[in-house]
Design a binder for this molecule. Structure first.
Ligand SMILES: Nc1ncnc2c1ncn2[C@@H]1O[C@H](COP(=O)(O)OP(=O)(O)O)[C@@H](O)[C@H]1O
Ligand SMILES: [Mg+2]
Length: 338
């Protein structure tokens, strides 16, 4: 690929910016600089973004709620153009769901949708967790939180596992300071910032209840359910397709049994587990192909390079400590470990 010399310059300045921000405290010219130089994402239209959302596996209720939100926002934007007053409703969101259920993926699309509708100028996503907002010393937290908010301006601030801001019982917990700063800035930058707080449903409800300011500002909740086994298989196939791999039928069957047997609950990684498993299967496939006797790697058929077999999926799963569920009596070879 041809290199664009301007990009090199930009990259150099970005590094410089990062250095500056690493060495200075207080207000942060370096971070500002590196943000300004970040290459803008290609602008996608609302129908394009909607199509990508629709292409996600499952998530029917999420898609419905996003569609409703987009319709509402479009009408609000149209009203604004006609000089009609804005409804005093909060546009900040709560994403409830276990890890790997698609929260970040949807948040990123939604951020772009805000831009496509002309509601946010940049439509980027800044993702942080507690550690990104809370400092170790008195006075640090407000500075840190402010800095993150400045980076997120004109885009979406996504706070993962936001409930962690409120859990500390110790005297020296600065989580509440981050929340106060956040609530204040949400007011100051009402038209330039959308905040999404995300996390496990149970803990998030407790978190929102802990502070009336939070409860009132985050009124819209979107729930991300755990994926069914069939959906996880479909996600694996989609993921494989994106990288031009295919699972042959026995591989799909083994995958299905592994996913059916994996223990569910808050600790289950959902689509993230599928991604990890896929990556492990790629490693196993590479080892298998490299071991084929008498054949040079360079002589392998294209289709061989693309195909993931049952043995690959199985080896990948074992690397993660998973075994297929034993739903086939004759395959006494495979036993559930749980
Ligand atoms: N419905 C889906 N269809 C296809 N891929 C998905 C889907 N949900 C999640 N993924 C993939 O799974 C991974 C984890 O998703 P992510 O959005 O980071 O989950 P969360 O933020 O809830 O932990 C990502 O690689 C994402 O692309
Ligand atoms: Mg996430």
């Amino acid at each position: 690929m041809a290199r664009n010399p301007l990009e090199d310059v930009a990259r150099g300045l970005r590094v410089l910016g990062e250095r500056i921000s690493a060495t200075t405290g207080g207000p942060d010219p370096g971070e500002w600089l590196s943000d300004q130089l970040r290459r803008p994402e290609p602008v996608r239209t609302l129908p394009e973004l909607q199509a990508e959302l629709d292409s996600l596996i499952g998530l029917e209720t999420v898609k419905e709620q996003v569609r409703a939100l987009v319709a509402f926002l479009q009408v609000q934007a149209e009203r604004q153009r006609h000089g009609l007053p804005e409804v005093a409703t909060s546009q900040h969101l709560v994403f409830l769901g276990n890890p790997g259920t698609g929260k970040t993926t949807v948040a990123r699309l939604l951020a772009e949708m805000y831009r496509a509708m002309g509601l946010l100028r940049r439509g980027h996503l800044v993702e942080v967790d507690r550690a990104g907002l809370v400092g170790q010393y008195v006075g640090m937290t407000a500075i840190k939180t402010d800095r993150v908010i400045r980076r997120a301006l004109d885009g979406v601030l996504f706070i993962d596992e936001a409930y962690a801001l409120a859990v500390g019982d110790e005297r020296q917990d600065f989580g509440p300071e981050a929340i106060e700063t956040l609530l204040k800035r949400m007011e100051d930058y009402r038209h330039r910032l959308v905040v999404i707080v995300a996390g496990y449903p149970r803990l998030m409800h407790r978190f929102l209840q802990s502070n009336p300011g939070l409860r009132s500002r985050f009124s819209r909740e979107i729930s991300f359910p755990d994926y069914a086994t069939g959906e996880l298989v479909a996600i694996a196939e989609k993921l494989a397709g994106e990288y031009e791999y295919v699972l042959d039928d026995p591989a799909k069957e083994v995958l299905q049994r592994i996913l059916a047997g994996a223990g569910r609950g808050e600790g289950f990684g959902n689509a993230r587990f599928v991604r990890t498993l896929f990556e492990q299967a790629l490693n196993a496939q590479a080892l298998r192909l490299a071991r084929i006797e008498g054949a040079e790697l360079s002589e392998l058929e294209r289709s061989e390079l693309m195909t993931l077999r049952a043995a690959d999926v199985l080896a990948g799963a074992r690397a993660l400590g998973e075994e297929p569920a034993d739903d086939e009596p004759r395959s006494g070879l495979f036993r559930r470990r749980r």
